[in-house]
Design a protein around this ligand. Structure first.
Ligand SMILES: NC(=O)c1ccc[n+]([C@@H]2O[C@H](COP(=O)([O-])OP(=O)(O)OC[C@H]3O[C@@H](n4cnc5c(N)ncnc54)[C@H](O)[C@@H]3O)[C@@H](O)[C@H]2O)c1
Length: 372
């Protein structure tokens, strides 16, 4: 890579919210590899600002996000998020207090979850190897079952009532399904599976099917099929090669993407992008996993999900070449057998991180030799 004048460099400003459990461990690993890739690439810089918004902050101040916090986040080009959730805070408080309190006001309506079996890793599926499972799940991320509509009355009484109302608006469903078709169109197979539960849920889910059929007319080169979510779980396990792009509601895709991550080998490798496709607000990137209390502080958290997430973030920021290098190097380290115990190895978080940084340096050296 030829050196360029410092003033010509692009700078990407990243807000880091490591939050809880293994979040700080994987985010510091992610920042380390991002610094390594930016330094080796030499055409762009990254700045990182830490936000101490966690369950600890909540316990001290009563708030996850301080007043004016979202305005501070808006200054950044992207957000790198760890995980939120602590054993002594109810999960619905932590999720709504931090993660959803960013995703919803920032209209990060498209949640993108790619999955594949990395070289050097093993799927629990007997017949699936690298290349056999290569999916991207697009999850509606602004409403649906997580719209926050509902309530509880007569608490603690035998006649207590609780409602959890799913909200499906044509506006939100259409923008998400259109985004999913565009994703399918950009992939070699140009195939999309629209997942609903429109046999039992005859209003919102039937509207999803109607909207998908309308949007499909604008994407004649994309093949479309419909699946019910229950049947989809069997299809993912029994015929993984038959799937490519999958679009589903907030709840359905949340569940299917954890299954997808496990089928690819471990929840520790899967990434998530929470995108505002209009780019009016910063998008947020996070590994799919939670705060994993059982392994917190042990140095064994798999950082690969965060590295893949960081690669997705670079792609979103326009650094496609650096994103590709980061993903390839991460996969190469897995193939070299330097993996954490969830993938059957014995390496720790730090060892995997160092190996990926080293692989990045080597990759750029090879690139620059081949250019000179
Ligand atoms: N996006 C988020 O912030 C998010 C997502 C899911 C769960 N959570 C929260 O996290 C907490 C724990 O939830 P959970 O136990 O259901 O899910 P989890 O993802 O934290 O853990 C599930 C299992 O996977 C393992 N695991 C997860 N990430 C790993 C990694 N990087 N490397 C190796 N092993 C890993 C854990 O050790 C655990 O055995 C809860 O408070 C939950 O609400 C947060």
């Amino acid at each position: 890579m030829s050196p360029i004048a410092v003033s010509d460099r692009r700078t990407h400003s990243i807000a880091c919210i490591p939050a809880d459990g293994i979040g700080p461990e994987v985010i510091s690993a992610g920042v380390e590899v991002l610094k390594a890739v930016a330094a080796a690439d030499g055409t762009f810089d990254m700045t990182f600002e830490d936000y101490d918004w966690s369950s600890e902050t909540y316990k001290k101040t009563g708030k996850y996000i301080p007043d004016g916090g979202l305005d501070s986040l808006k200054k950044h080009d992207a957000i790198l998020f760890g995980a939120v959730g602590a054993p002594d805070v109810p999960d619905h408080i932590s999720l709504w207090g931090l993660r959803l309190a960013i995703c919803q006001p920032f209209q990060q309506y498209a949640n993108v979850r790619p999955t594949k079996i990395f070289r050097g890793t093993q799927s629990p599926l007997r017949n699936a190897t690298h290349g056999d499972l290569d999916w991207v799940i697009i999850r509606e991320n602004s409403e649906g079952e997580y719209a926050g509509q509902g309530g509880r009355s007569h608490r603690g009484m035998p006649w207590e009532v609780a409602t959890e109302v799913s909200i499906f608006t044509r506006h939100a469903v259409e923008r998400l399904i259109r985004f999913a078709f565009e994703t399918a169109q950009s992939r070699p197979r140009k195939h999309i599976t629209v997942v609903t539960k429109s046999n039992a849920q005859r209003n919102g889910m039937v509207m999803w099917d109607d909207v998908a059929a309308d949007v499909a007319k604008d994407f004649q080169d994309v093949t479309v099929e419909k699946m019910l979510v229950d049947a989809m779980t069997c299809r993912m396990v029994l015929q993984p090669k038959s799937l490519d792009t999958i679009v589903a509601t907030n709840l359905h895709a949340d569940i299917l993407s954890d299954l997808a991550a496990a089928l690819a080998g471990s929840i520790g490798i899967a990434p998530t992008s929470n995108l505002d496709p209009t780019r009016q607000n910063p998008s947020m990137f996070e590994p799919i996993h939670g705060s994993a209390f059982d392994i917190t502080g042990k140095g064994v958290a798999n950082p690969v999900g965060t590295f893949w997430t960081a690669a997705e973030m670079l792609k979103w920021l326009g650094e496609k070449e650096a994103a590709e290098v980061l993903l390839q190097c991460t996969e190469q380290v897995c193939e070299n057998g330097i993996v954490t115990r969830d993938l059957g190895g014995s390496a720790g978080t730090v060892e995997v991180t160092k190996a990926v940084c080293e692989q990045i340096r080597k990759a750029y050296e090879t690139k620059s030799k081949s250019k000179s």
